[in-house]
Design a protein around this ligand. Sequence first.
Ligand code: IVH
Length: 679
Amino acid sequence: MGGPDKKVIAEVERLRREIEEHNYRYFVLDAPTIPDAEYDRLMQRLRELEAAHPELITPDSPTQRVGATPAGEFRPVRHSRPMLSLDNAFSEEDVTAFGKRVADRLRANGVNVKEIPFVGEPKIDGAAVSLRYEEGKLVLGATRGDGTVGEDVTHNIRTIRGVPLRLRTRKPPAVLEVRGEVFMPKKAFEELNRRAAERGEKVFANPRNAAAGSLRQLDPSVTARRQLDVFFYGVGETEGWRLPGTQSGILEALQELGLKTSPDWELLDGIQGCLTYYDTIAKKRPDLPYDIDGVVYKVNDLEWQRVLGFVARAPRWAIAHKFPAQEELTIVRRVEFQVGRTGALTPVARLEPVFVGGVTVSNATLHNFDELRRKDVREGDYVIVRRAGDVIPEIVSVVLEKRPPDARIVELPTRCPVCGSEVQRLEGEAVARCVGGLSCAAQRKESLRHFASRRAMDIEGLGTELIDQLVESGLVKTPADLYALEVEQLQGLERMGEKSAKKLKDALEKSKQTTLAKFLYALGIREVGEATANTLAEHFGSLEALMDADETQLQEVPDVGPVVASRVRAFFQEPHNRQVIADLIARGVNWPVPVRPKASSHPFSGKTFVLTGTLSTMTRDEAKERLMSVGAKVTSSVTRNTDYVIVGENPGSKAAKASQLGVPCLSEEEWLHWMQNGR
Ligand code: IVH
């Protein structure tokens, strides 16, 4: 028989390259050089040859975009570099403040320039993805997920025609991970919804949901019909790739590799340049073929980005400047008061449902009683509702001309609507609170919800309804009670079989192993968010040390001022809280306590580490936390000052850099061994 001859092999390869080049011109450059019919002819010829010689078919052939349906669900993928989010700016003042923060911080680090160069990019309203190319071939496409772990949607990503299956280069990098936004063009979205409505099927609320929903289709042929598109705006892990020194350089390099970038990005001169860019894009917005919800400014110089670093999950070197939200007119049916975790009473307007900015809104927050009074919102009033991005909709103003004669004034309740305790409003405070504390079911529920949430104790499966039941049945009063629950008790609850009861019990068990920072955050101390919990944990190293700290000692912690210090102190002074903490620990809640009497005595104390690659037993953030807990520093790039590089799986170029500079590398195992036992 014999395989295909050399001529066929060569023709197949030539057709593929030709088709890829036309794809690039059509999808990436938006400047096709051949008519569609000619393109179709090339595809047809390739299909014929592949049909005659199936052994020549490769997964990266342009004919192979729609593959087989993967079995079952989407596989979770841990991102080798976290996918961050952005802080938002809603006004010129916010942007100016951002510019000042950037300039101040750079100056403090010895960078002195008059106008900082930024890159401005449209903020695409779609779904963030990370694509991994190895040796130039697309091997993985993942959703953002929670930023650390996303879902493997490779089979659907492949169907997006703007995504190259092979990078457009003869010398592909060993690894190139690119980040971008998958979106559905407005036209495709309207068409999709029109057809769905015709068939009496579910319509998507907005293009963003449509894009995200399409990426999560099990059948890739469905996704292929959805006409998704993509813009790339950044990189993740890279190996064997010369990383450009600037964001603009990255965008140019990506485009060159066949990875489509927004045609509307611009290099900007200082904050004034940013504000001008905002106006330009705002004017263009109605004419763009896709939805954008703002623009993003990024410090152009990557070295400066590194100097600026990150806060929690957002970089200090970038900000999203959002467009003003959409507004609509509707009627307030009633105003109710919700009781939050700290007892705060929040007035919430129940509205005549109205469609604003892509979703139906039937509730709007009034933030606090003062605001309700200031806006003079009455039951029965016509109001303007605004929805900004994903934040909770709010009432902008009352349309007084439309006020009906029987509109009812809303009074602040004197008793908590949930537990009947007194409602107190301290002098000078905008917030009114139920004084019931944890005897108030609403506060108990909210505290438990916070305690169980993902960024806190991460108790999987302990959702709102279950918490309601647990509190209402009296089974759970404090977070510590959760860990005393028996499977039999859980089984007695509504919609709880033996299997789910066991599962919850397992989840509770699993959550016991935590970190000090998460534990502190979970306690729900007022004014202690995630970032503060992190710094407190780092600074004090142990719960005992923190609990014993007085306000002066607390204020020695970076970013802790008098208010936070007094809240923390007051929390730990309260006997009830101390009891709950003792119970939690007695029931097995624990976190790694470094085997170190003092940070300074640990061999890693004062040493500088760099992490690269994927670790098998923890995330990079966890590794960082552990290193910092023994007094080590963690930086992001390898220099002569680096003491050790910890090398996980699929390490990036940093491992190579380390060996180049003679910096010792440790495997995860070696590092953990040294952590525990010293060198
Ligand atoms: S940069 C560290 N650039 O907005 C950089 N994000 O609010 C993080 N987005 O999750 C992202 N267009 O899904 C960046 N030009 C752009 C963007 C963009 C849309 C999305 C992205 C991200 C979210 C953050």
